[in-house]
Ligand binder design. Structure first.
Ligand code: PRX
Length: 633
């Protein structure tokens, strides 16, 4: 994997310079390494101002041919995936590129036999097993747009996502087991589908051996459907700009937004970033511990590794099951070379007995990665010393669902690292920091709103069905820039350090949650009149959910009230969004225009109430003292 892989810092500086000077030729050069049915007409067109960015338009391809077919000759027998199941003594599986190709072709034939055509949307709500990947790739093969929904989401969240994109089919499992917990995916799907009239068929992949209800005429078993179909399938030709998938993510307002990624640009971008950031070699074993329900799983479990012909691991369990040694056991078991996880997992594991680490041989590791949230220096140092034995470069990768792939990150072994810093932009990426008036903050040792000033191939092409929201969220505030929603510092050496969201988005254990969604769920409680949710510092989760609620009547049992609130959040969103703290208040600090002044609530939630700042513009300054003095449960 030498070509198009940067191998020294001098080379990085040179390539970066060229990529910024002439992005089109830089990306076209790399795009040419893929199999295209027909070359593109334009490398790039459109702009952020117009919200119509396109890459490789007119180019015809199918991404699965680049993930699978083109490896068959050289790497047919190479392992594409190793499956590590929930139970440590459960059945592991190893799937070669040839087998994966056959499975994807078979399932593509199944999809077509069920009437799925190019452009149709297919929702996937599955356990972390190879079948999830097969389902997604089979969609891509027939030109259907997959929408993977994280299997920890509730029936309501699943229904919202299916309805938003009018999915025609749902693929699920009977259930999944994570640790000791059974999640009845089919039962949850049945509940969701009560309000989803567009779904014509449901394919159920047997996995957890639990009893399920069956709807004749709608539900069919995966294993029965694939029995009769051919192992060959001619991939449907797609335009580079045709949608590949939709993935929903939370924003500061309203319901989650369906980010649309396209076939060509996303392929080029995820592939380039994987090979450069991680520097994966032919015989390496690469493990990203994310769930395929998030963008990290899409880009760095499914597409990025397969595009590069890498051997990856699909891990069904959790870092704590059956004990805090599980991740390290798996590293030893498969001689993992590249390990990519979230800071929240590192913080949780560093609290445990160090013997859970030391009992395993981690000497196979070469590169460590983190993603999803800022990593504190202590966690970075522990990761470096205890897991990497101070010999593995750590890549702190900053990016977002919207960016498709990694944007600011060290290149392993190439970029000198600094704890807590995502360091420098990857080639083709031009970040800038803006002050609140939209002026670029020049020079170093400065801070501002992180924006990207030139389109790259992986950028989201839209919010499904809502162009106006797409423009408002990312492009209208500072014309000509893509707005990330993150605050960022550029230090004296020009290194970037992400400081966290500057909007009302929370980041709980690396999960992105919108305050508005959580407030909507809480407001469904019969006693709640109004609520406001903010984040508070949490030593493992990074951020916890703190809910202030105004209630219609006195709450006599606050613990029980908190449980009811959290049951509601679990039911409407997911247990990942549960409130760690609930405080009942008689009023919320509001500006004269009726907007909640969250800055004050954040200070109270953080226990930092010595200086509340300027509260003179409040409509009801008297509530501040009460909120400060109140108690959270
Ligand atoms: O705030 C940033 C944080 O996660 C947000 C994006 O969340 P999501 O779309 O769910 O994607 C997560 C996986 C790519 C960003 O706006 N974030 C992500 N990576 C980092 C980070 N914050 C600090 N450091 C990172 N490395």
């Amino acid at each position: 994997m030498q070509e198009h892989t940067i191998s020294s810092f001098e080379e990085y500086e040179k390539v970066y310079g060229q990529s910024i000077e002439n992005p089109e030729s830089f990306w076209a050069d790399y795009a040419e390494t893929f199999d295209w049915h027909k070359p593109w007409d334009n490398v790039h067109s459109g702009s952020f101002e117009e919200g119509n960015v396109k890459w490789f338009e007119g180019g015809k391809l199918n991404i699965t041919e680049n993930c699978l077919d083109r490896h068959l000759e050289e790497r047919g027998d190479k392992t594409a995936f190793i499956f590590e199941p929930n139970q440590p003594d459960g059945l592991t599986r190893s799937i070669s590129y040839k087998e994966l190709h056959q499975q994807v072709c078979k399932f593509a034939n199944v999809l077509e036999s069920k009437g799925i055509e190019k452009g149709d949307r297919v929702a996937i709500y599955m356990a972390m097993t190879p079948e999830l990947t097969i389902a997604a790739l089979a969609c891509a093969r027939v030109g259907a747009v997959h929408s993977i929904v994280f299997a920890g989401f509730s029936a309501q969240s699943l229904a919202d996502r299916i309805q938003d994109c009018d999915a025609k089919m749902l693929i699920t499992n009977d259930g999944l087991r994570r640790g000791n917990k059974l999640v009845p995916l089919k039962e949850i799907s049945d509940e969701a589908l009560e309000s989803c009239s567009t779904v014509e068929s449901v394919i159920v992949c047997q996995h957890a051996d639990n009893d399920i209800e069956w709807k004749e005429g709608r539900d069919e078993w995966w294993h029965l459907l694939i029995r009769e179909v051919s192992r060959e399938h001619e991939a449907v030709e797609m335009d580079a700009e045709d949608p590949l998938f939709i993935l929903y993510t939370s924003g500061s307002t309203g319901k989650p937004k369906g980010q649309v990624h396209t076939c060509g640009g996303y392929m080029v971008y995820t592939s380039y970033t994987l090979r450069n950031v991680f520097q994966v070699d032919e015989d390496d074993i690469y493990w990203c511990t994310a769930d395929a329900g998030w963008i990290t799983g899409h880009s760095y479990i499914i597409y990025g590794p397969l595009l590069n012909g890498v051997s990856g691991i699909i891990f069904e369990s959790t870092p704590m099951y059956p004990d805090a040694g599980r991740l390290w056991e798996v590293v030893e078991k498969y001689s993992v070379t590249h390990f990519y996880t979230a800071p929240t997992a590192i913080r949780a594991l560093m609290k445990e007995d160090i013997d859970y680490v030391r009992r395993y041989d981690l000497s196979s590791l070469k590169v460590l990665g983190t993603v999803g949230e800022p990593i504190n220096e202590e966690a970075w140092n522990w990761y470096n010393e205890e897991i990497g034995n101070e010999e593995c470069p750590i890549v702190d990768t900053w990016w977002q669902t919207e960016t498709g792939g990694i944007m600011i990150s060290p290149i392993a072994g190439v970029t000198p690292t600094k704890p807590g810093f995502a360091t420098l932009p990857l080639p083709g990426i031009k970040p800038a920091l803006l002050d609140d008036d939209g002026n670029e903050v020049e020079g170093n040792d400065v801070q501002g709103n992180l924006v990207i000033s030139y389109p790259w191939p992986g950028v989201t092409r839209g919010i499904w069905g809502n162009h106006e929201r797409y423009m408002d969220t990312y492009f209208n505030k500072y014309p000509g820039y893509y707005l990330t929603g993150d605050g960022c510092r550029r230090d004296k050496d020009g290194y970037y350090r992400i400081t966290g969201r500057v909007d009302d988005v929370l980041n709980v254990s690396g999960h992105r949650l919108g305050t508005a969604e959580i407030e909507d769920a809480i407001d469904d409680h019969p006693k709640v009149v109004e609520s406001a949710v903010v984040g508070y510092p949490h030593d493992v989760k990074g951020e916890g959910v703190y809910a202030f609620t105004i209630c219609e009547e006195e709450i006599t049992d606050p613990e029980a009230f908190k449980t009811e609130i959290n049951d509601l959040i679990t039911k409407t969103i997911s247990p990942i969004a549960k409130a760690g703290k609930v405080q009942v208040v008689s009023g919320l600090p509001k500006t004269r225009s009726g907007k909640i002044m969250r800055r004050i609530l954040r200070k109270v939630a953080a226990g930092d109430t010595d200086d509340m700042g300027d509260i003179s513009t409040l409509l009801n300054p008297e509530v501040v003292e009460e909120v400060k003095a109140g108690k959270a449960y």
